[in-house]
Design a protein around this ligand. Structure first.
Ligand SMILES: *Cc1c(COP(=O)(O)O)cnc(C)c1O
Length: 391
Protein backbone atom coordinates (compact mmCIF):
# COMPACT_ATOMS: atom_id res chain seq x y z
CA UNK A 1 0.00 0.00 0.00
CA UNK A 2 1.46 3.36 -0.98
CA UNK A 3 1.91 6.21 1.46
CA UNK A 4 -0.86 8.16 -0.24
CA UNK A 5 -3.38 5.39 0.39
CA UNK A 6 -3.05 4.83 4.07
CA UNK A 7 -5.54 7.56 4.98
CA UNK A 8 -8.04 6.73 2.25
CA UNK A 9 -10.55 5.82 4.95
CA UNK A 10 -10.37 9.38 6.27
CA UNK A 11 -11.17 10.80 2.84
CA UNK A 12 -14.03 8.36 2.34
CA UNK A 13 -15.51 9.12 5.75
CA UNK A 14 -15.40 12.90 5.31
CA UNK A 15 -16.81 12.72 1.79
CA UNK A 16 -19.69 10.59 3.06
CA UNK A 17 -20.43 13.13 5.75
CA UNK A 18 -20.34 15.99 3.24
CA UNK A 19 -22.74 14.18 0.94
CA UNK A 20 -25.23 13.70 3.76
CA UNK A 21 -24.87 17.30 4.96
CA UNK A 22 -23.70 15.98 8.31
CA UNK A 23 -20.04 16.96 8.11
CA UNK A 24 -19.13 19.10 11.06
CA UNK A 25 -16.44 21.66 11.74
CA UNK A 26 -15.40 23.80 14.66
CA UNK A 27 -16.84 27.31 14.76
CA UNK A 28 -14.82 29.74 16.85
CA UNK A 29 -16.68 32.15 19.10
CA UNK A 30 -15.70 34.59 21.83
CA UNK A 31 -18.01 34.67 24.86
CA UNK A 32 -19.07 38.21 25.80
CA UNK A 33 -21.46 37.60 28.72
CA UNK A 34 -23.89 34.91 29.91
CA UNK A 35 -25.94 34.97 26.69
CA UNK A 36 -23.89 36.79 24.01
CA UNK A 37 -21.02 35.56 21.90
CA UNK A 38 -19.04 37.13 19.11
CA UNK A 39 -18.63 35.13 15.93
CA UNK A 40 -16.59 36.50 13.04
CA UNK A 41 -16.90 39.97 14.52
CA UNK A 42 -20.68 39.77 14.84
CA UNK A 43 -22.48 39.76 18.21
CA UNK A 44 -25.04 36.96 18.51
CA UNK A 45 -27.56 35.97 21.19
CA UNK A 46 -26.63 32.41 22.10
CA UNK A 47 -29.47 29.86 22.29
CA UNK A 48 -27.20 26.82 22.17
CA UNK A 49 -25.10 26.91 25.34
CA UNK A 50 -25.86 24.79 28.41
CA UNK A 51 -25.13 27.67 30.79
CA UNK A 52 -28.72 27.45 32.05
CA UNK A 53 -28.25 29.85 34.97
CA UNK A 54 -25.52 32.01 33.47
CA UNK A 55 -23.15 30.89 36.23
CA UNK A 56 -20.08 30.61 33.98
CA UNK A 57 -19.80 34.41 34.15
CA UNK A 58 -20.92 34.84 37.78
CA UNK A 59 -18.51 37.05 39.76
CA UNK A 60 -18.70 34.78 42.83
CA UNK A 61 -17.59 31.73 40.80
CA UNK A 62 -14.81 33.71 39.12
CA UNK A 63 -13.58 35.00 42.50
CA UNK A 64 -13.63 31.49 43.99
CA UNK A 65 -11.69 30.07 41.03
CA UNK A 66 -9.07 32.81 41.49
CA UNK A 67 -8.92 32.35 45.26
CA UNK A 68 -8.47 28.56 45.06
CA UNK A 69 -5.79 29.02 42.39
CA UNK A 70 -3.99 31.52 44.59
CA UNK A 71 -4.01 29.10 47.53
CA UNK A 72 -3.58 25.71 45.80
CA UNK A 73 -1.95 26.44 42.44
CA UNK A 74 -3.09 25.82 38.89
CA UNK A 75 -2.94 22.04 38.85
CA UNK A 76 -3.82 19.14 41.15
CA UNK A 77 -0.42 17.59 40.19
CA UNK A 78 -1.46 13.94 40.61
CA UNK A 79 -4.36 11.53 40.43
CA UNK A 80 -6.78 11.33 43.36
CA UNK A 81 -5.33 8.07 44.69
CA UNK A 82 -1.76 9.35 44.62
CA UNK A 83 -1.49 12.88 46.05
CA UNK A 84 -4.21 14.71 44.11
CA UNK A 85 -6.95 14.40 46.74
CA UNK A 86 -6.70 17.84 48.36
CA UNK A 87 -8.90 18.84 51.27
CA UNK A 88 -10.94 20.93 48.80
CA UNK A 89 -11.80 17.85 46.72
CA UNK A 90 -12.89 15.96 49.82
CA UNK A 91 -14.89 18.88 51.22
CA UNK A 92 -16.66 19.37 47.90
CA UNK A 93 -17.63 15.71 47.71
CA UNK A 94 -18.98 15.83 51.26
CA UNK A 95 -20.99 18.97 50.42
CA UNK A 96 -22.39 17.46 47.19
CA UNK A 97 -23.48 14.31 49.05
CA UNK A 98 -25.06 16.34 51.87
CA UNK A 99 -26.92 18.67 49.49
CA UNK A 100 -28.33 15.68 47.62
CA UNK A 101 -29.22 13.95 50.90
CA UNK A 102 -27.08 10.96 49.91
CA UNK A 103 -24.45 8.94 51.67
CA UNK A 104 -21.62 9.66 49.25
CA UNK A 105 -20.48 11.60 46.19
CA UNK A 106 -17.48 11.13 43.92
CA UNK A 107 -15.99 13.66 41.47
CA UNK A 108 -15.06 12.78 37.89
CA UNK A 109 -13.19 14.84 35.31
CA UNK A 110 -16.14 15.01 32.93
CA UNK A 111 -19.60 13.61 32.44
CA UNK A 112 -18.43 11.66 29.41
CA UNK A 113 -15.63 10.09 31.41
CA UNK A 114 -17.91 9.31 34.38
CA UNK A 115 -20.48 7.54 32.20
CA UNK A 116 -17.94 5.45 30.34
CA UNK A 117 -15.88 4.41 33.33
CA UNK A 118 -18.69 3.89 35.86
CA UNK A 119 -20.78 1.78 33.47
CA UNK A 120 -17.61 -0.14 32.69
CA UNK A 121 -17.18 -0.89 36.40
CA UNK A 122 -20.83 -1.87 36.89
CA UNK A 123 -21.05 -4.17 33.86
CA UNK A 124 -19.20 -7.22 32.70
CA UNK A 125 -19.69 -9.37 29.63
CA UNK A 126 -22.25 -11.54 31.43
CA UNK A 127 -24.41 -8.56 32.37
CA UNK A 128 -27.45 -7.09 30.64
CA UNK A 129 -27.73 -3.33 30.17
CA UNK A 130 -31.06 -1.81 29.22
CA UNK A 131 -30.69 1.71 27.78
CA UNK A 132 -33.35 4.15 26.71
CA UNK A 133 -33.03 4.45 22.92
CA UNK A 134 -32.14 8.14 23.15
CA UNK A 135 -29.38 8.08 25.76
CA UNK A 136 -26.24 10.16 25.27
CA UNK A 137 -23.26 8.83 23.34
CA UNK A 138 -21.17 8.56 26.52
CA UNK A 139 -23.66 6.13 28.09
CA UNK A 140 -23.79 4.02 24.93
CA UNK A 141 -20.02 4.01 24.71
CA UNK A 142 -19.76 2.79 28.30
CA UNK A 143 -22.32 0.06 27.71
CA UNK A 144 -20.67 -1.06 24.44
CA UNK A 145 -17.13 -1.03 25.81
CA UNK A 146 -18.17 -3.28 28.70
CA UNK A 147 -19.17 -6.01 26.21
CA UNK A 148 -22.35 -6.60 28.23
CA UNK A 149 -25.49 -7.54 26.30
CA UNK A 150 -26.98 -4.20 25.29
CA UNK A 151 -30.68 -3.76 24.58
CA UNK A 152 -32.19 -0.38 23.88
CA UNK A 153 -35.80 0.11 24.95
CA UNK A 154 -38.17 2.47 23.16
CA UNK A 155 -37.78 6.03 24.36
CA UNK A 156 -39.48 6.54 27.75
CA UNK A 157 -41.54 3.39 27.10
CA UNK A 158 -41.55 1.80 30.53
CA UNK A 159 -43.81 -1.01 29.42
CA UNK A 160 -41.24 -2.03 26.85
CA UNK A 161 -38.59 -1.78 29.56
CA UNK A 162 -40.68 -3.94 31.90
CA UNK A 163 -41.16 -6.63 29.25
CA UNK A 164 -37.38 -6.75 28.75
CA UNK A 165 -36.83 -6.97 32.51
CA UNK A 166 -39.37 -9.81 32.74
CA UNK A 167 -37.60 -11.72 29.95
CA UNK A 168 -34.25 -11.24 31.68
CA UNK A 169 -35.43 -12.98 34.85
CA UNK A 170 -34.99 -16.43 33.34
CA UNK A 171 -31.64 -15.70 31.72
CA UNK A 172 -28.39 -16.14 33.55
CA UNK A 173 -27.14 -12.58 33.52
CA UNK A 174 -24.60 -11.61 36.18
CA UNK A 175 -26.71 -8.48 36.75
CA UNK A 176 -29.08 -6.10 35.03
CA UNK A 177 -28.45 -2.34 34.80
CA UNK A 178 -31.08 0.18 33.66
CA UNK A 179 -29.68 3.37 32.10
CA UNK A 180 -31.61 6.55 31.35
CA UNK A 181 -31.31 10.30 31.44
CA UNK A 182 -33.71 12.26 33.65
CA UNK A 183 -33.94 15.15 31.15
CA UNK A 184 -33.09 14.10 27.61
CA UNK A 185 -30.43 16.29 26.08
CA UNK A 186 -31.80 16.62 22.55
CA UNK A 187 -35.57 16.43 23.17
CA UNK A 188 -35.94 18.22 26.50
CA UNK A 189 -38.44 15.69 27.85
CA UNK A 190 -38.18 13.83 31.16
CA UNK A 191 -38.10 10.26 32.31
CA UNK A 192 -40.53 9.12 35.02
CA UNK A 193 -38.02 8.58 37.84
CA UNK A 194 -40.51 6.99 40.29
CA UNK A 195 -41.54 4.48 37.66
CA UNK A 196 -37.91 3.58 36.90
CA UNK A 197 -37.19 3.16 40.62
CA UNK A 198 -40.22 0.90 40.97
CA UNK A 199 -39.13 -1.26 38.02
CA UNK A 200 -35.54 -1.48 39.26
CA UNK A 201 -36.74 -2.56 42.70
CA UNK A 202 -39.29 -5.04 41.37
CA UNK A 203 -36.74 -6.78 39.15
CA UNK A 204 -33.65 -6.36 41.31
CA UNK A 205 -31.93 -4.22 38.67
CA UNK A 206 -29.32 -1.50 39.26
CA UNK A 207 -30.58 1.95 38.26
CA UNK A 208 -28.13 4.48 36.72
CA UNK A 209 -29.51 7.92 35.84
CA UNK A 210 -27.79 10.80 34.05
CA UNK A 211 -28.87 14.22 35.35
CA UNK A 212 -26.67 16.30 33.01
CA UNK A 213 -29.54 18.63 32.09
CA UNK A 214 -31.55 18.49 35.32
CA UNK A 215 -28.83 19.30 37.85
CA UNK A 216 -28.93 22.97 38.82
CA UNK A 217 -32.26 23.47 37.06
CA UNK A 218 -34.91 21.06 38.35
CA UNK A 219 -35.86 19.40 41.63
CA UNK A 220 -35.64 20.63 45.23
CA UNK A 221 -33.00 23.33 45.50
CA UNK A 222 -32.09 22.65 41.87
CA UNK A 223 -30.43 19.38 42.83
CA UNK A 224 -32.02 17.33 40.06
CA UNK A 225 -34.89 14.89 39.64
CA UNK A 226 -33.11 11.75 40.87
CA UNK A 227 -30.09 12.75 42.96
CA UNK A 228 -32.01 12.74 46.25
CA UNK A 229 -34.01 9.59 45.54
CA UNK A 230 -32.52 6.70 47.53
CA UNK A 231 -34.11 4.26 45.05
CA UNK A 232 -31.77 5.57 42.34
CA UNK A 233 -28.59 3.55 42.92
CA UNK A 234 -26.32 5.92 41.02
CA UNK A 235 -27.06 9.42 39.70
CA UNK A 236 -24.55 11.39 37.64
CA UNK A 237 -24.57 15.19 37.40
CA UNK A 238 -22.40 17.30 35.12
CA UNK A 239 -20.75 20.45 36.43
CA UNK A 240 -19.98 22.09 33.07
CA UNK A 241 -23.61 22.93 32.27
CA UNK A 242 -25.89 24.67 34.82
CA UNK A 243 -23.02 24.69 37.35
CA UNK A 244 -21.00 26.87 34.96
CA UNK A 245 -17.72 25.09 35.68
CA UNK A 246 -16.37 21.73 34.53
CA UNK A 247 -16.33 18.09 35.61
CA UNK A 248 -19.00 15.78 36.95
CA UNK A 249 -20.03 13.93 40.07
CA UNK A 250 -21.85 10.82 41.03
CA UNK A 251 -24.00 10.19 44.11
CA UNK A 252 -24.39 6.68 45.48
CA UNK A 253 -23.92 4.64 48.66
CA UNK A 254 -20.61 4.85 50.56
CA UNK A 255 -19.98 1.21 49.70
CA UNK A 256 -20.41 1.82 45.96
CA UNK A 257 -18.16 4.87 46.18
CA UNK A 258 -15.51 2.69 47.74
CA UNK A 259 -15.93 0.15 44.96
CA UNK A 260 -15.68 2.80 42.22
CA UNK A 261 -12.53 4.33 43.72
CA UNK A 262 -10.96 0.90 43.32
CA UNK A 263 -12.57 -0.23 40.07
CA UNK A 264 -12.90 2.75 37.67
CA UNK A 265 -9.84 3.28 35.45
CA UNK A 266 -11.31 6.66 34.41
CA UNK A 267 -11.17 7.73 38.05
CA UNK A 268 -7.92 6.08 39.04
CA UNK A 269 -5.60 6.86 36.14
CA UNK A 270 -6.22 10.55 35.56
CA UNK A 271 -5.09 13.80 37.17
CA UNK A 272 -7.59 15.23 39.66
CA UNK A 273 -9.68 18.30 38.75
CA UNK A 274 -7.67 21.52 39.19
CA UNK A 275 -8.21 23.86 42.16
CA UNK A 276 -9.77 26.63 40.01
CA UNK A 277 -12.52 24.24 38.90
CA UNK A 278 -13.10 22.95 42.44
CA UNK A 279 -13.46 26.58 43.61
CA UNK A 280 -16.00 27.41 40.92
CA UNK A 281 -18.05 24.28 41.63
CA UNK A 282 -18.00 24.89 45.40
CA UNK A 283 -19.18 28.47 44.85
CA UNK A 284 -21.96 27.34 42.48
CA UNK A 285 -23.11 24.71 44.97
CA UNK A 286 -23.33 27.35 47.71
CA UNK A 287 -25.37 29.62 45.44
CA UNK A 288 -27.82 26.90 44.33
CA UNK A 289 -30.49 27.31 47.05
CA UNK A 290 -30.65 31.07 46.37
CA UNK A 291 -31.33 30.64 42.64
CA UNK A 292 -34.98 29.56 42.91
CA UNK A 293 -36.09 32.79 41.21
CA UNK A 294 -33.75 32.10 38.29
CA UNK A 295 -35.04 28.56 37.93
CA UNK A 296 -38.64 29.80 37.92
CA UNK A 297 -37.81 32.43 35.29
CA UNK A 298 -36.19 29.74 33.16
CA UNK A 299 -39.32 27.57 33.41
CA UNK A 300 -41.56 30.52 32.51
CA UNK A 301 -39.35 31.42 29.53
CA UNK A 302 -39.52 27.86 28.27
CA UNK A 303 -43.31 27.78 28.54
CA UNK A 304 -43.65 31.09 26.72
CA UNK A 305 -41.27 30.04 23.97
CA UNK A 306 -42.91 26.63 23.44
CA UNK A 307 -46.36 28.22 23.22
CA UNK A 308 -45.21 30.85 20.75
CA UNK A 309 -43.32 28.34 18.62
CA UNK A 310 -46.35 26.04 18.44
CA UNK A 311 -48.59 28.97 17.59
CA UNK A 312 -46.20 29.82 14.74
CA UNK A 313 -46.50 26.28 13.39
CA UNK A 314 -43.26 24.76 14.67
CA UNK A 315 -42.98 21.23 16.03
CA UNK A 316 -41.31 21.38 19.45
CA UNK A 317 -41.39 17.61 19.96
CA UNK A 318 -42.02 16.30 23.48
CA UNK A 319 -40.13 19.12 25.28
CA UNK A 320 -41.28 19.98 28.80
CA UNK A 321 -38.12 21.74 29.99
CA UNK A 322 -35.67 24.54 29.16
CA UNK A 323 -34.40 22.44 26.20
CA UNK A 324 -36.69 22.98 23.23
CA UNK A 325 -36.08 21.30 19.89
CA UNK A 326 -37.54 22.62 16.65
CA UNK A 327 -37.98 19.43 14.68
CA UNK A 328 -37.08 19.88 11.01
CA UNK A 329 -36.43 16.40 9.63
CA UNK A 330 -33.71 16.67 7.01
CA UNK A 331 -30.25 17.88 7.96
CA UNK A 332 -30.32 20.45 5.16
CA UNK A 333 -33.42 22.19 6.57
CA UNK A 334 -31.90 22.42 10.04
CA UNK A 335 -28.69 23.85 8.60
CA UNK A 336 -30.39 26.45 6.46
CA UNK A 337 -32.62 27.67 9.29
CA UNK A 338 -29.59 27.92 11.60
CA UNK A 339 -27.78 29.93 8.94
CA UNK A 340 -30.75 32.25 8.51
CA UNK A 341 -30.93 32.84 12.27
CA UNK A 342 -27.28 33.74 12.32
CA UNK A 343 -27.90 36.51 9.80
CA UNK A 344 -30.53 37.74 12.27
CA UNK A 345 -28.10 37.87 15.21
CA UNK A 346 -29.09 34.53 16.75
CA UNK A 347 -26.94 31.48 17.40
CA UNK A 348 -28.93 28.23 17.43
CA UNK A 349 -27.00 25.15 16.43
CA UNK A 350 -28.41 22.62 13.98
CA UNK A 351 -28.26 19.12 15.48
CA UNK A 352 -27.95 16.40 12.87
CA UNK A 353 -27.43 12.64 12.75
CA UNK A 354 -25.59 10.80 14.20
CA UNK A 355 -26.20 12.94 17.31
CA UNK A 356 -29.95 12.42 16.74
CA UNK A 357 -31.74 9.64 14.80
CA UNK A 358 -31.95 9.83 10.97
CA UNK A 359 -34.71 12.12 9.74
CA UNK A 360 -34.96 14.02 13.03
CA UNK A 361 -32.52 16.87 12.42
CA UNK A 362 -33.46 19.87 14.49
CA UNK A 363 -32.48 23.15 16.02
CA UNK A 364 -31.85 22.61 19.71
CA UNK A 365 -32.76 25.70 21.68
CA UNK A 366 -31.32 25.79 25.18
CA UNK A 367 -32.59 28.61 27.36
CA UNK A 368 -30.79 30.50 30.09
CA UNK A 369 -32.32 32.33 33.04
CA UNK A 370 -30.24 35.26 31.76
CA UNK A 371 -32.17 35.53 28.49
CA UNK A 372 -34.62 38.43 28.53
CA UNK A 373 -38.12 38.73 27.05
CA UNK A 374 -36.53 40.82 24.29
CA UNK A 375 -34.14 37.97 23.44
CA UNK A 376 -37.05 35.55 23.20
CA UNK A 377 -39.02 38.06 21.15
CA UNK A 378 -36.25 38.47 18.57
CA UNK A 379 -35.82 34.69 18.37
CA UNK A 380 -39.53 34.16 17.66
CA UNK A 381 -39.59 37.04 15.18
CA UNK A 382 -36.60 35.71 13.27
CA UNK A 383 -38.00 32.18 13.23
CA UNK A 384 -41.37 33.38 11.91
CA UNK A 385 -39.65 35.27 9.09
CA UNK A 386 -37.35 32.34 8.40
CA UNK A 387 -40.30 29.96 8.25
CA UNK A 388 -41.84 32.03 5.49
CA UNK A 389 -38.67 31.59 3.46
CA UNK A 390 -39.21 27.83 3.16
CA UNK A 391 -36.29 26.44 5.12
C1 LIG B 1 -23.16 16.78 28.22
C2 LIG B 1 -23.60 15.42 28.59
C3 LIG B 1 -22.71 14.50 29.12
C4 LIG B 1 -21.22 14.77 29.16
O1 LIG B 1 -20.88 15.64 30.18
P1 LIG B 1 -19.51 16.46 30.05
O2 LIG B 1 -19.25 16.89 31.45
O3 LIG B 1 -19.77 17.57 29.11
O4 LIG B 1 -18.48 15.51 29.54
C5 LIG B 1 -23.19 13.30 29.57
N1 LIG B 1 -24.50 12.99 29.46
C6 LIG B 1 -25.38 13.85 28.92
C7 LIG B 1 -26.81 13.46 28.82
C8 LIG B 1 -24.96 15.08 28.45
O5 LIG B 1 -25.81 15.91 27.85
Amino acid sequence: MGQEDKFAFVEAFLEGRSRQQTRRSLQGVVPLDAVHVQKQGKTLVNFSANDYLGLSKHPVLIAAAQDYTQRYGTGATASRLVTGSFDIHQQLEAALAADCGREAALLFNSGFQANVTVLGALLDRHALVLCDRLVHSSLLNGALASRATLTRYRHNDHEHLESLLRQAVNQRYSRVVIVSETVFSMDGDRADVDRLVHLAQTYGAILYLDEAHAIGVLGAGGMGLAMGNPGVDLAMGTLGKAFGAFGAFLVCSARLRDYLINACPGFIYTTALPPSVIGAIAAALKLMPSLEGDRQRLTRHAETLRNQLRAAGFDTGPSSTHIIPIMLGEAERALSLAQWLETQGILAAAIRPPTVPQGTARLRLALSSQHTRQHLGSLIGALRNGHGQRH
